[in-house]
Design a binder for this molecule. Structure first.
Ligand code: HEC
Length: 207
């Protein structure tokens, strides 16, 4: 080996090369730890997500299997980062990276305005998001027993919401962001109109 050669392969150079290589090529794990960005464009037709019992889930980091595993578990678990959960078109929970916000177990709460044009984030945050009817998302969802990771459903310990399963299904079927929605019968339309009137009255009362 000549002098030139041995200098080129000195241990220091090898260490520098290794450092540079690790900077240039972040591992999959490092990419998956980047903060999760949420904008109006993150949201879409609720029925394009994956249905689990009465609600819908997705995963912004591509880990739908991880999200489904917890959602389908009979003993609960911790939803993986990127998990998106929705019951009605206008309210969403999104799981951030671990320890992003320990108080809410890393869940962020969203209230959306949805229309045929898409979604607009009306409110977002952690312990302090209050929906348009005066209810604090976190205050209800934190009542879920620890194994359910703030997911309420029924029987997990949360104060119930005043909407029947039938009404919830109707709200999912009429998400204005969906390309096409199933036709409703007269009775279903009447039920939704009654709900709308009740919500308008409640909205006025809370102002
Ligand atoms: C009065 C208590 C209460 C308030 C306030 C409330 N929720 Fe819920 N939420 C519930 C209950 C109970 C369910 C389950 C209903 C069911 O499955 O029949 C639920 C369901 C959900 C679900 C589906 C997953 C689950 O936990 O079952 C999401 C997502 C959700 N709520 C988000 C929100 C967001 C976002 C807000 C605030 C903008 C909010 N909620 C405010 C009680 C509440």
């Amino acid at each position: 080996m000549n002098r030139q050669h041995s200098r080129y392969f000195s241990p220091l150079n090898l260490i520098l090369a290794a450092l540079l290589a690790s900077v240039a090529l972040p591992t999959m794990a490092e990419q998956n730890e980047a903060p999760i960005q949420v904008t109006d464009e993150t949201f879409n037709c609720i029925r394009d997500m994956t249905k689990v019992r009465g609600f819908y889930v997705d995963n912004l980091l591509g880990d739908l299997d991880g999200t489904l595993e917890v959602a389908n578990s009979s003993t609960g678990g911790v939803y993986p980062p990127g998990s998106v959960v929705q019951l009605v078109p206008g309210e969403v929970m999104i799981k951030h990276q671990k320890d992003f916000n320990p108080a809410t177990k890393d869940w962020e709460f969203f209230e959306l305005d949805v229309s045929e044009e898409g979604s607009k984030i009306r409110k977002r945050g952690f312990v302090d998001v209050v929906n348009r009817f005066g209810g604090n998302c976190f205050a209800c969802h934190v009542q879920a027993k620890p194994q359910w990771d703030l997911i309420c459903e029924t029987g997990h310990g949360c104060e119930p919401i005043p909407l029947t399963k039938e009404i919830l299904t109707l709200l999912q079927k009429t998400d204005p962001r969906c390309e096409s929605n199933p036709k409703l019968n007269q009775e279903e339309i009447a039920k939704l109109q009654a709900l709308q009137q009740a919500l308008i009255a409640k909205d006025k009362a809370s102002k």
